[in-house]
Ligand binder design. Sequence first.
Ligand code: PMT
Length: 401
Amino acid sequence: MSLSDKRILLVVAGGIAAYKSLELVRRLRERGAYVRCVLTNSGAEFVTPLALSALSGDKVYSELFSLTDEAEMGHIQLSREADLLVIAPATADLLARMAGGQANDLATTVLLATDKPVLAAPAMNVRMWLHPATQANLAILKERGVVLLGPEDGDMACGEFGPGRMSEPMEILAAVERHFANGGVLAGRRALVTSGPTLEAIDPVRFLSNHSSGRQGHAIAAALAAAGAQTTLVSGPVSLDDPPGVEVQRVNSADEMLAACQAALPVDVAVCAAAVADWRPRHSLAGKIKKGDGHAPAIKLVENPDILATLAAAGPARPTLVIGFAAETENVIEQASAKRLKKGCDWILANDVAPGTGTFGGAENLVHVIDAQGAESWPRMSKAAVAQKLSSRIAEALGAG
Ligand code: PMT
């Protein structure tokens, strides 16, 4: 998404994550944004004003009582001329001073004086993050409308592990894009997406599942959220990061996936990209099945609920648009067309999952979009591009934008 003509005021506070802010400035500028930086004194212990200035192409502001800065650009003007204020990293100290309404340096003064939206990406030691004082400050800031992004779990520079790592620059960039896309074509619409495999327990250590990676479903959730839709993603077990700006419900079994989907209703559009296991063991045993005397156990299967068909038959709660995927290995379009009618969905995206296609787990997909009018074949493209194209088609069908 282009951020051309958008004015971002980036506040860089003092934490080791400040080095990532240099990358953030580059990415914002690449998208056409004007970036102006305020660097706190402690921030300057981690990155230099020169580096920020070189990357932003602008002067860096640090001093509250600088005669030249005040003459060129008063602190009130600095806080008001931006379309969005981004704090990255937002340290425990800066968040505390903001929550307390302090104005004891340029950063806090600008943040107190602004009438513009503020997005903060916290970064701090895990104990500092979990401390009740920090959590209370965050609650105050959230209530005042500050949007918080992260922090992420992970290894910390201080050697500890847990929540406290600043979100990656690309995630902060995506949040900025989402902020400006909120007037996007799907703003005010709600979307539900299923993704990944389901996992059906045989006993506590064994299960039935499939090779779905979640890449296609997750990309669709990301594209719908980027277009401004309030998006819930119900995902089976996958090793992907959560798409930015999406509410993620993690489940294992088909039963759990169905319950989470029903809880997410009402929505305007539902896209079922998950590879739901068609069957599950009739009984999931509480103890591990013992290897016997050469006889393999007979596992009786029962059919799982059909989530797509259930959503399509949800009566008054039925989403305006119900979209499925069809994973086929032969006669792809014919089989998928029959599946669309059988499941009662509006569109079905047929994809060939025969060995060698790379559809399961791969980065690309080749789909045929089938609706009541017939089939439209899209060229092979990345799963992100399929998601983007589908999101535009959904927006058009919902009469959005
Ligand atoms: O996750 P990736 O590695 O990126 O791979 C993407 C994908 C191949 C999994 C995806 O593009 C795809 O095809 N998803 C649907 C897989 C599938 O289960 O297809 P199906 O033809 O068996 O089912 C048809 C539709 O019914 C699907 O929308 C499915 O989500 C839904 N279904 C199936 C069974 C069931 N019990 N409940 C369902 O909702």
